[in-house]
Design a binder for this molecule. Sequence first.
Ligand SMILES: Nc1ncnc2c1ncn2[C@@H]1O[C@H](COP(=O)(O)OP(=O)(O)OP(=O)(O)O)[C@@H](O)[C@H]1O
Ligand SMILES: [Mg+2]
Length: 337
Amino acid sequence: MSALALDIGTYTIKAISGKPGKKIEVERAVEVFNPLGISVPSDEALIQKLVELIESVITDHKFPRNDVRLSLPETVVSTNIIELPSLSEAELASAIGWQAEQHIPIPPEQLSLQYQVLHRPHKDSSADEKMRVLLVGAHKDLIEKYVDVFLSLGIEPKLLETQILSVIRSLDIEVNEPPTLVIQMGASSTQMAMVYEGELRFVTSQMTGGQALTQALEKQINLETKQAEEYKRTYGLDPQQFEGKVRATLTPVIDILIGEVRKAMTFFANQHPGVSTQRILLSGGPTLLPGLVQYITQEIGAEVLVAAPLSQAIGEVPEGNHPTWTVCAGLLMREEF
Ligand SMILES: Nc1ncnc2c1ncn2[C@@H]1O[C@H](COP(=O)(O)OP(=O)(O)OP(=O)(O)O)[C@@H](O)[C@H]1O
Ligand SMILES: [Mg+2]
């Protein structure tokens, strides 16, 4: 049966329908501008507008409504990876609430919590080897409001997961691949996730993204938003274009991101002495900026690759197999709930 993966971004809404599984069979992929500029509504008026917007996307493209999968932006969740002595499932279930209180800054009565064991020590391993557990917390009322948007359209979402997990699944990073820093950029936020030995090690989140680049061009070169967007996409970091002015305006904004990348790499190196980040994988619309891959490669000195999340997919795969589709691809690749 067909499923629908929806990635409601602050810039565009991405939707892919198709047969889910490790090898997705794409039926339809659509990207539409999000005039609301928000992905999670905060008040009644916005809820109503988002309901109308999603309804039109689904009806216009005849998307299925039975298996709808959603991603939650990292900006509204708190993601932590904690270490614990090895516990059984039952022991973990009773300890997790208290652990969440220690690590997630949301009062228990308002907390909607999901957790997942990332690493469980082998039976024969030493007693001090710890288990690692992923905690994802969000405000209950926010999740309820978000789900209500879909319920009011007669849709009961089958899956709601934080988007960085979808992104990582779509990249299909194997256990023996080198330590990889995944950078998921959107219009208004950016997440970094370290994946080592096929396992998520930490996630960080910043409130900046592609929009900050456009705004820098608007202010400093005095351009209208539409024009700034065009200059960004066409000239990017090319020093030969527009007397290098576009590049000169964009690089200080990108350097802030580079600073965060360095911090993440140092944090990882401190956690794992002797191991270093060897690869950066870029995901999300802003990573299509001309010259970005070369710039990061030169600044960081690691291998930099752009995600191609639908390379295993068959069917109506969108042209270009862009890194904008990672969230939808990951949602459709999930096999167990
Ligand atoms: N070819 C391109 N070159 C440079 N920037 C691009 C290009 N294509 C898209 N972008 C930028 O990518 C951003 C949109 O990316 P994306 O669709 O991943 O964001 P979003 O999911 O809507 O945002 P968020 O996840 O932050 O809510 C916009 O800022 C847009 O200007
Ligand atoms: Mg996004």
